[in-house]
Design a binder for this molecule. Sequence first.
Ligand SMILES: Nc1ncnc2c1ncn2[C@@H]1O[C@H](COP(=O)(O)OP(=O)(O)OP(=O)(O)O)[C@@H](O)[C@H]1O
Ligand SMILES: [Mg+2]
Length: 232
Amino acid sequence: MSENLVIIKNLHKIYDPEGANVHALRGINLTVKKGEMLAIMGPSGCGKTTLLNLLGGIDKPTKGTIIIDGVDITRLNDDDVTNFRRDRIGYIFQLFNLLDFLPVVENVALPLLLQGYTINSAYEEAKVVLRQMGLGDRVYHYPNQLSGGQAQRVAIARAIITNPAIILGDEPTGDLDTKTSMDIMNLFRRINIQNKQTLIIVTHSRAIAEQCDRIVHIENGVVSKEEIIRGD
Ligand SMILES: Nc1ncnc2c1ncn2[C@@H]1O[C@H](COP(=O)(O)OP(=O)(O)OP(=O)(O)O)[C@@H](O)[C@H]1O
Ligand SMILES: [Mg+2]
């Protein structure tokens, strides 16, 4: 049995407790194994992005713990959580979050520059990853000169370039056609096998979810069902 990389216990998130008081997560319990590819499904508003943001250290829970590789990230201070995210987590946002004023190569190289790489070596690495993604001829384009599928691949390249232990993808194939979506899932599977990286992917597509090892369903801020797709 492989080890648990992520252990989530009784996770709650209440947005704006003084005002609107939206109880987005209501006690999530979930473990994810090292090297697992996990899909998260559930209706709009059930808490998927909230959960990913907490896992990525982008937001703090109201209650509960998230242990990643032995570290309780809910107890880290802001600087430590930023460093943890920079070094260990790759995040593909629901709306890509590319920087429009930077060329593709710099968008992808940015996480390496933040880790202290020189510009030359960061750009070289970025070009290698972009070539693997079929974007070798788009390196000096700007994000607004790309198609949706190309922009999505740039966002993925940026998330994987530091070789993070965990890749979090918030609908990384949303809005893409079936073939491009499957290409991206194949790419995820390849890096999952090659680098033993753990992937957690939010999707509304059953076909995409079935490319993963397990599907966790969320409803109203709790895990409502789990399905094993592939055993290990
Ligand atoms: N910053 C915020 N302030 C207040 N409420 C929020 C905030 N972000 C999300 N919510 C609420 O929390 C609930 C969960 O939102 P979340 O974005 O996690 O849903 P989701 O499952 O990702 O939905 P979708 O599939 O539409 O992306 C929703 O009811 C949403 O309105
Ligand atoms: Mg969402």
